[in-house]
Design a protein around this ligand. Structure first.
Ligand SMILES: Nc1nc2c(ncn2[C@@H]2O[C@H](COP(=O)(O)OP(=O)(O)OP(=O)(O)O)[C@@H](O)[C@H]2O)c(=O)[nH]1
Ligand SMILES: [Mg+2]
Length: 611
């Protein structure tokens, strides 16, 4: 009776070069099949050891950790533990690691030691590492890791004989399991550092920076600080350019007033188009400052680190780490964010992400937030370099994020029951952001914003102008009460009065379903129609609001906008991406409920505090 050839499983992180090494070792002697019951390819082949014995190699899918997060990874784990149907338990492991990405790849290698199987480590891609200015020593790595390590360049067939020799020595040797270190990432970093002979400055700096920026406490604190500074800048740097746009808009308005005779056309242009759309356009500088920060952070390589830091936090809320990028793009707009959830392959993970994406503060909320903040929150330093206005804005963004995490947690316990799958990402080197890309990104945001202003916002505002202009108020009557829009608003007011909303807000709510910024243009238009008084027209919208609204009402309005799904496009894209009306309706329902409760709680708390 002949014994079957020893089985060696080729394992490692995705893209380590497993298949390349497997192909190089087995040459033409490969067989392809499927694991019974699962659609993962089983590729096996033979190679001859120096002593003439033959071993069977099986090439496994790339895996980040023993805890599987995908069906592929589940197969890998089962094979390694000898539980996969149709596969015997391996006699040894050939662990392939990428030399230029050692600390990431060593984590899995360290976990694998707990299986108690003989292991050989192929230190692959040393050519790529050398090109990056990194020299790694197989001997030093072997010592630090306590395993045989062989240098390979799989695609150039370098190191194949050494792998075969190492396998020959390893197979059959009894090996005790080594417990997985408690701080796996730190241990992997330590061992990787011990293996490095020399490193180019960029790589060294990247590692030094990462030690601080990826630290679970310091790193998160720095991220919060960066975000905080970003919102401070949104207010601090925008004042001057906003002043320019305001003067420009008001000059155009005066110009048109001078040229046209009094009448409906003049009112349409001055009160509707220029007054309404102009009130939104002034927020362009703030949006650009916000995106300048985001683009710079992306360009330096920091954004991926932010995702890495958030991964754990999102995991506790039941969100997949893959949700980070869709949620991050939802800060620009939930529509592309929701479309980006297609990269999440688990259905429940994806649904949860879609349902909470509208809670990320999109740039369309910025005009609303800024208007109310400028009107009601004093421009005052509460600490050195910390302005109250920026702090409130930061708080509103934070409220959205916290709301999203809590909502995800609740959804995971109810309609989208299940646990989140984690993922690992490759961290790029730090670099100077390419200014051309940043400029291009800002230009694109400008175009998007102005197109919205000239499109949906203009159309809705003109429509509202018409509804708010007719029928005309008689003497002693108020235009905003008598008009069609005013009548509709009075109906809505009944519902929103308990949460402190007034007639102005009730009037803005319906049209701002088309686009959130319309809340600003609508209020601006209605005020322009209402007040023929020249002196009042000279005042900015913020100044007029300050006198017209009590503070608790303004705060309730802010709280409302953190949660309310005031956006038809988001509802439409949710319908398309989930392929039914069920989830968009659910989303609208739960978000409006949250908005109502939050606004009410804010209003009554503020009233109780005597604000
Ligand atoms: N320069 C260089 N490239 C390599 C080396 N080994 C593999 N590659 C390349 O790296 C890429 C990934 O290699 P694969 O063998 O497909 O990696 P894998 O580990 O099987 O990846 P998954 O199956 O996705 O987990 C391919 O483009 C290979 O050509 C190497 O030693 N040097
Ligand atoms: Mg492969």
């Amino acid at each position: 009776m002949t014994l079957p050839a020893p089985l060696v499983a080729v394992v490692g992180n995705p893209n380590a070069g497993k298949s390349a090494l497997f192909n190089a070792l087995t040459g033409a002697r490969q067989k392809v099949g499927n694991y019974p019951g699962v659609t993962v390819e089983r590729k096996s082949g033979r190679t001859a050891l120096p002593d003439g014995r033959s071993v069977e190699l099986v090439d496994l899918p790339g895996t980040y950790a023993l805890e599987p997060s995908s069906p592929d990874e589940a197969v890998t784990r089962k094979v390694l533990e000898g539980n996969q149907l149709g596969e015997r338990k391996p006699d040894a492991l050939l662990v392939v690691v990428d030399a230029s990405n050692l600390d990431n790849h060593l984590r899995f290698a360290l976990e694998l030691r707990s299986l108690g199987l003989p292991m050989v480590v192929a230190l692959n891609m040393i050519d790529m590492a050398a090109r990056d200015g990194l020299t790694v020593s197989a001997d030093q790595l072997s010592q630090a890791l306590g395993l045989p390590v062989v240098e390979t360049v799989a695609v150039r067939r370098r190191g194949l004989e050494a792998v075969r020799e190492a396998l020959e020595q390893a197979i059959g040797r009894s090996t005790a399991p080594i417990a997985v270190p408690t701080d796996l990432a730190r241990e992997a970093r330590r061992i990787a550092a011990a293996a490095v002979v020399s490193e180019a400055p960029v790589r060294r700096w990247t590692h030094r920076l990462d030690r601080v920026l990826l630290h679970p406490v310091a790193g998160v604190a720095i991220l919060a600080l960066v975000m905080f500074a970003m919102f401070q800048a949104v207010f601090a740097w925008s004042e001057t350019p906003i002043g320019w746009i305001e003067s420009g808009v008001s000059a155009i308005g005066t110009g048109v007033t001078d040229v046209l005779p009094e009448g409906a056309l003049r009112s349409l242009l001055v009160d509707g188009v220029i007054g309404g759309v102009g009130a939104v356009v002034v927020f362009l500088p703030q949006i650009l400052i916000l995106f300048l920060f985001i683009l710079l952070l992306e360009g330096t390589g920091y954004m991926v680190r932010a995702a890495f830091l958030m991964d754990r936090l999102m995991g506790t809320a039941g969100l997949s780490g893959r949700a980070f990028i869709p949620l991050l793009s939802s800060f620009a707009c939930a529509v592309p964010g929701i479309m980006a959830t297609r990269t999440i392959d688990n259905e429940k993970d994806r649904l949860t992400t879609i349902l909470v994406a509208p809670l990320m503060t999109c740039s369309a909320r910025l005009p609303v937030y800024t208007l109310i903040i400028a009107a009601f929150i004093p421009h005052r330093e509460i600490a050195p370099f910390v302005n109250l206005q920026g702090a409130v804005m930061f708080g509103l963004y934070l409220a959205g994020i916290v709301g999203a995490l809590l909502a995800a947690l609740a959804l995971r316990k109810t309609v989208a029951r299940g646990a989140a799958s984690s993922f690992m990402m490759e961290l790029p080197k730090y670099q100077m952001p390419a200014l051309k890309d940043v400029a291009l990104g800002l230009w694109q945001r400008t175009v998007i914003f102005l197109k919205r202003a000239g499109g949906i916002i203009l159309v809705t505002t003109v429509l509202l102008w018409a509804l708010a202009s007719f029928p005309k108020a008689g003497p002693g009557e108020s235009q905003s009460e008598v008009s069609i829009a005013g009548k509709i608003a009075s109906g809505i007011e009944v519902v929103v009065k308990p949460i402190g909303f007034n007639h102005d807000i009730a009037l803005a709510l319906l049209p701002s379903m088309a686009a959130r910024e319309v809340a600003v243009s609508a209020i601006a238009t209605v005020y322009a129609l209402n007040e023929a008084d020249e002196a009042q027209l000279e005042q900015s919208l913020a100044e007029r609001l300050r006198y017209a609204w009590p503070l608790p009402t303004a705060l309730a309005f802010l709280a409302w906008f953190v949660f309310a799904p005031q956006c038809i496009s988001t509802i439409a894209v949710t319908r398309r991406e989930t392929n039914s009306w069920r989830w968009p309706l659910f989303m609208v329902g739960y978000l409006f409920t949250l908005a109502y409760l939050a606004a009410g709680a804010t209003y009554w708390t503020a009233v109780a505090l005597g604000l």
